[in-house]
Design a protein around this ligand. Structure first.
Ligand SMILES: Nc1ncnc2c1ncn2[C@@H]1O[C@H](COP(=O)(O)OP(=O)(O)OP(=O)(O)O)[C@@H](O)[C@H]1O
Ligand SMILES: [Mg+2]
Length: 295
């Protein structure tokens, strides 16, 4: 697939060592960055968006400049500002201008990683647009700053996140390659949990991932749990411990109750749904480690 392009194959291999699965998505990322196209990774909470961007940064070995979107991230903070005492002394010049993260990434030819881009004010997004396609920004008094070769932008965005967020303008999408990620299946989720927890207790890892999988596309839930939930549950369990149904339900509730959300049409609470899921999963197992609750 990457005939004659050793660098790309190299980056893909490095990323594949850091990210479980996501073969197609990683290939798409590498194809886009080869052409210096800005990328937006979009998906629900806990689907590995940030991890993929970090893996790209690690694999590229370029300067990596990260910002996290919030409503105080103005375009001035992003581009840079003049230092008032220095300006009084020397006037407006490159020496008195303090680069913000976007300008720094452009000047260094680095990777500009903007996490949770929809949490930033719209005016900040608008300020980024020229950097994406024309690879330049305009600074008052200084004029245009052109990006050095190697400058790349990658954004993450959770479209289900609606608190303290702003819709992204069409002009932004128009400049980006869009990569959608959704929750991974059982096998890959188990590999992720193994990687993140170093647990060797396959039964606990499997049960934890099955619980999360059961929340995905559950008819009574409008929001499912995530791989983080599986990681958390494994962390709350001791390796090799007996699995008491009531204890597992209690810990699963502590982990998942606020990660999931019931549809308004459901008559059950989040806790009830978790209890149901855990009991149903355990009922499928014939294992001496499992101690069932008394009816
Ligand atoms: N494919 C994967 N390979 C390895 N680790 C993964 C993968 N997907 C998720 N993870 C791990 O799962 C956890 C959640 O991933 P991450 O923080 O990247 O999700 P996110 O999509 O950025 O979530 P949020 O929307 O909450 O910011 C992290 O511990 C991450 O390391
Ligand atoms: Mg994230």
């Amino acid at each position: 697939m990457f005939k004659g392009s050793h660098i790309s194959k190299d980056i893909l291999d490095k990323m594949s060592k850091l990210i479980i699965g996501r073969k197609k998505e990683l290939e798409m990322i590498v194809r886009a960055i080869q052409k210096n196209l800005p990328l937006i990774i979009e998906g629900p909470v806990g689907t590995g968006k940030t991890e993929m961007a970090k893996a790209l940064a690690e694999s590229l070995e370029r300067p990596f400049i990260r910002v996290d979107g919030d409503d105080s991230l103005t375009s001035i903070k992003l581009k840079g500002w003049y230092d008032p005492p220095l300006v009084l002394e020397k006037g407006f010049s490159r020496d008195t201008f303090i680069s913000g993260p976007l300008t720094e990434a452009m000047e260094k030819g680095g990777l500009f990683f903007y996490n949770e881009v929809n949490r930033a004010p719209s005016e900040t997004i608008n300020a980024v647009l020229t950097a994406l396609d024309e690879k330049l920004i305009t600074i008052p008094q200084l004029g245009e700053i052109n990006a050095k070769d190697g400058f790349l932008s990658i954004f993450t965005y959770n479209p289900e996140d609606t608190i303290a967020t702003n819709p992204l303008p069409k002009a932004f999408y128009d400049r980006c390659i869009w990569i959608h990620v959704s929750h991974q299946g059982l096998e890959e989720m188990m590999e992720i949990v193994n990687l993140r927890t170093s647990s060797t207790d396959e039964l606990i890892v499997k049960l934890s991932c099955e619980i999360v999988q059961a929340t995905i596309n559950h008819p009574e839930l409008e929001m499912s749990s995530t791989v983080r939930g599986a990681i958390h549950l494994v962390e709350l369990m001791d390796e090799g411990e007996m699995i008491e149904e009531l204890t597992l339900i209690e810990r699963a509730k502590a982990v998942h109750s606020r990660k999931i959300r019931c549809k308004t049409t459901s008559s059950k609470s989040e806790s009830e749904i978790i209890e149901e899921i855990v009991s149903k999963i355990l009922s499928r197992y014939e294992d001496d480690r499992i101690i069932r609750k008394k009816e």
